[in-house]
Design a protein around this ligand. Structure first.
Ligand SMILES: Nc1ncnc2c1ncn2[C@@H]1O[C@H](COP(=O)(O)OP(=O)(O)OP(=O)(O)O)[C@@H](O)[C@H]1O
Ligand SMILES: [Mg+2]
Length: 241
């Protein structure tokens, strides 16, 4: 293989393409492989939809198996939600390209070993934990939460997954209680669902992403029956006075 082609291949492999329309564009090619990304956002801003689409597109378009760890919803609910977008998640599960698993977070070490097991079972390359906010409620002391999150992040890197953890916060009011986003994650994506005059608008912004250039702007989002779409060429408020 000519030297230049080899370099290009290597570069291509360094990214996990989310496959979510518009998202790879504002990340200048995708999430750097094995990054741990936190998606923080308002209620109903599209966190779960984006995570499901990340796994669905990964399995369908990039031949990358994925694992969805739900800390709240039963598996059937997660599958049902994906089906409202027309994504046949049930078939992917049958084919061993996706695992949806609900884990009770009463034992953190058990959560870690469960994740290791299911990731190994289908050689998953993508992992989602939704909603990750539970961590904060589970550990009384901030230091405990931080230590556990760090050890989880280390483990995820070791097993070779690009991971997304969701975080439920009202973006205009507060930041995360234990600073998970700022200190542990490689990337932070913010999803806004905010009132603008007489309507609600959805938007996305990348606060940080180690290892890649990012768009510095807020971009509008639409959620339709086909999934999430990021209008990467548009800036939020560009048409609004
Ligand atoms: N099939 C669909 N077509 C159009 N819009 C949809 C569809 N499914 C969901 N939505 C919209 O997407 C919104 C975001 O849903 P989602 O559950 O992904 O948000 P979330 O940020 O995970 O919410 P939560 O804070 O409850 O966890 C829903 O409130 C709904 O309005
Ligand atoms: Mg959700």
């Amino acid at each position: 293989m000519p030297r230049q082609a080899k370099t290009l291949t290597a570069q291509k492999d360094e990214r996990t393409k989310t496959g979510v329309p518009g998202l790879d564009e504002i990340l200048f090619g995708g999430i750097p492989r094995n990054n741990l990304v936190v998606i923080s956002g308002d209620p109903g801003s599209g966190k779960t939809s984006l995570c499901l689409e990340f796994l669905y597109r990964g399995a369908m378009e990039y031949d990358e198996p994925g694992v969805y760890v739900s800390l709240e919803e039963p598996e059937e609910e997660v599958v049902k939600m994906a089906e409202t977008f027309g994504w046949d998640i049930a078939s992917l599960i049958e084919e061993g390209k996706l695992i949806v698993i609900t884990v009770e977070l009463y034992d953190f070490d058990k959560l870690k070993s469960t994740i290791e097991d299911v990731v190994a079972r289908i050689h998953a390359k993508r992992l989602v934990i939704d909603p990750g906010v539970i961590f904060r409620l589970y550990f009384e002391r901030e230091l405990d939460a931080r230590k556990r999150i760090l050890s989880l992040a280390r483990m995820l890197k070791k097993i070779g997954c690009t991971a997304i953890i969701t975080n439920e916060i009202a973006l205009d009011k507060t930041t995360s209680l234990f600073g998970l986003e700022e200190y542990v994650a490689d990337g932070v994506i913010l999803l806004y669902h905010t009132k603008l005059e007489d309507r609600f608008v959805r938007s996305i912004g990348v606060l940080k992403m180690r290892g890649t250039k990012i768009s510095e702007k807020l971009h509008p989002i639409t959620i339709t029956k086909e999934g999430i779409k990021i209008l990467a060429k548009h800036e939020l408020f560009e048409d609004v006075k």
